[in-house]
Design a protein around this ligand. Structure first.
Ligand code: NAP
Length: 233
């Protein structure tokens, strides 16, 4: 499948690399490729600029959002929460119509420092904001509740652990679930939370994820839904 991964941070490049390794055609979308390639500083999380990563992944091209829109059959939104709608606007509503958008972004608001707050939250979510802005896109919220490394390396943790999907389109959620399984997730650990409003739940896991990150001092952990055996399908 032809994927456009929107976002040049650690999440975008990690997912782009995995999708490419699985045989998909992948581009990474950014606002201004020349400016992105010219970066030399580490990002806020200490990740190196993307130019070195691209040199090691020649099959993945860095393109402007609009070109990513013209290329792709499916999208991954790995932009910042506040940048998500602008990025998707640049991709183009017509390009998104009828296409799956896997939304891994979180509506983190760092304007008051760390830890960030969520905006929107509780009675709304970033996923719903995107779905409202692009009603013809087939949005599936997924993978937003663990580190980028674990998104594509679930076996890096011993034992089962869980990933959540939300969205209005059942077929799109099935396609994304199959993709998650191809990445290495156990099918029984993919929890369908419900329609797009259920993304409020997975997005609202971020405050506890961030507090765990602070108290544990690392990101090598994930949530696991433990059910009584009689309740398991
Ligand atoms: P990030 O720093 O949150 O986002 C970087 C990307 O956002 C860049 O590609 C940037 O575009 C784009 N962007 C920012 N403002 C924009 C705007 N106004 N218009 C268009 N694009 C804009 O990157 P990240 O740390 O990889 O995280 C990506 C998303 O995944 C976030 O929503 C984050 O909350 C979520 N997430 C992160 C992790 C993790 O392990 N870090 C885990 C789960 C979920 P340019 O390329 O043009 O600069």
């Amino acid at each position: 499948m032809r994927f456009a991964v929107l976002g040049t941070g650690i999440v975008g490049r990690t997912l782009a690399g995995k999708l490419s390794s699985l045989g998909h055609e992948v581009v990474i979308g950014t606002r201004d490729p020349a400016a992105t390639l010219a970066r030399q500083e580490l990002d806020a999380a200490g990740n190196p600029p993307i130019a070195g990563w691209l040199a090691e992944h020649p099959a993945v091209r860095l393109v402007p959002y609009a070109e990513a829109g013209a290329f792709a059959e499916a999208y991954v939104n790995a932009t910042s929460g506040s940048g998500s709608v602008p990025a998707l606007e640049a991709v183009g509503a017509a390009n998104l119509a009828g296409r799956i958008v896997i939304d891994v972004a979180n509506p983190l608001d760092f304007s008051q420092g760390f830890p960030p707050s969520l905006n929107p939250v509780n009675t709304d979510s970033l996923a719903e904001t995107i779905q409202r802005a692009f009603p013809e896109a087939r949005l599936v919220k997924a993978l937003n509740t663990m580190s980028a490394h674990l998104m594509v390396n679930p076996s890096a943790l011993p034992g089962p652990h869980s990933v959540f999907v939300s969205g209005d389109d059942a077929d799109a959620k099935k396609t994304v679930t199959d993709l998650l399984v191809s990445i290495g997730w156990l099918a029984e650990e993919v929890y369908d939370l419900g329609d797009v409003t259920s993304a409020r739940g997975s997005e609202m896991l971020l405050p506890i994820w961030l507090r765990l990150y602070g108290s544990l001092g690392h990101a090598d952990f994930n949530f696991h839904i433990q059910q009584a055996p009689a309740r398991q399908l």
